[in-house]
Design a protein around this ligand. Structure first.
Ligand code: ZN
Length: 355
């Protein structure tokens, strides 16, 4: 068995029953070893109190949040920034300051759909909030406009670029697979590169270009939500196993899902390490050996020989009991690709069962 600190998933959506994306964290925590979950932007100023009362308080796994610059958060699938009346800098600042025990920073999703016609203005407002509260800003990228360069100029060291291995047109490599100078400069200056695999944001092609050039992501996170939980993401250990298949070492993979996210969240003394005096958040894994097929969001496949299967999850000294996942939200239908993954036996459940 491999014993690790409880995993820290720095990009999740766990505001269930109140947002398009939210899943129930505890059942997934119990079967994956993820003991700390950062919910990034599911809640905005208008619905954060619900997150605190109904989600964070009763949860056994540790939950923290980034507050969405949009006061409606991720209630709907997208468009949360299209109406600038929802991007209230004063209100967002006030909420973060009043809830500093749970809210670690500000989140803004910048792509063509989320922003509608509002362009880069929501990002400028999130920047202002981050400066006022002196906490990090996480920026999501995907299909522009705007361009990646327009985004990077608003980011500072300690901020997080999530979906950093996206295959869409804001990606960090050019068509020839070369990393741009602006990205090199930003990364070198201390902007954190976070995977956030999700349902649309992880490309093996981008990952191989980056890893081939010697660039490992700072943080491997899942972006687990109502869509991605059904594959090809599934959950964090599957995402980590994809990096093993790409040739990244086990130590580097585990570091990117424990110590490193804990540092980025400013909690390195508390979580992400096995240390005398720290809470007993522990995960145990079996390394399965076999032939495993892994897919990115474009259904490109890579084969791997190793799969990390969680066998035990302990939070604060207590073992988490296995329990069934909550029901999928009424608006979720499995895609043809997701049904195929089940049919072909290319799911974590099938990987675990067949050995
Ligand atoms: Zn996300």
């Amino acid at each position: 068995m491999i014993v690790t600190p409880g995993l820290v998933d720095m990009h999740t959506h766990v505001y269930r029953n109140a947002t398009f994306w939210g899943i129930h964290a505890d059942p997934v925590a119990a079967r994956t070893g993820v003991t700390t979950w950062l919910d990034v932007g599911s809640a905005g100023s208008y619905n954060f109190q619900g997150f605190r009362e109904w989600i964070a308080k009763p949860s056994m796994a540790r939950l923290y949040a980034l507050l969405n610059i949009s006061s409606i958060g991720l209630t709907a699938r997208t468009w949360e920034l299209a109406n600038l009346n929802y991007c209230d800098v004063d209100l967002c600042t006030k909420m973060i300051e009043a809830n500093a025990d749970l809210i670690l920073g500000v989140k803004v999703r910048i792509d063509r759909l989320t922003t509608g016609g509002s362009g880069i203005e929501p990002l400028r407002r999130a920047r202002e909030v981050a400066d006022r509260v002196q906490r990090p800003m996480m920026v999501h990228i995907g299909g522009g406009p705007p361009s990646l360069d327009e985004v990077l100029v608003h980011m500072r060291p300690g901020d997080i670029l999530t979906h950093c291995f996206t295959g869409h047109n804001m990606r960090i490599v050019d068509d020839a697979g070369r990393i741009s100078d602006a990205v090199k400069q930003a990364w070198g200056a201390g902007i954190v590169m976070d995977i956030g695999h999700g349902a649309g944001s992880f490309s093996f092609e981008t990952a191989q270009s980056m890893i081939g050039a010697g660039y490992l992501p700072d943080v491997i996170s899942s972006d687990i939500h109502q869509l991605s939980i059904h594959g090809p993401l599934f959950e964090l250990p599957t995402c980590m196993s994809k990096f093993l298949a790409l040739g990244v070492s086990l130590v580097d993979v585990i570091r990117a899902a424990t110590v490193r996210p804990a540092q980025v969240m400013g909690m390195a003394n508390h979580i992400g390490a096995l240390r005398v005096g720290a809470p007993a958040d522990v995960a145990m894994f079996e390394m399965l050996e076999g032939d495993f097929s892994f897919y990115d969001v474009h259904m490109n496949r890579r084969n791997g020989r190793q799969f990390l299967r969680n066998t035990l999850t302990i939070v604060n000294g207590r073992e988490m009991a296995r329990q069934p996942d909550g029901q999928a939200a009424p608006w979720i239908d499995l895609s043809e690709d997701q049904r195929n993954l089940i049919k072909w036996g290319h799911t974590p459940a099938a990987f675990g069962a067949c050995l």
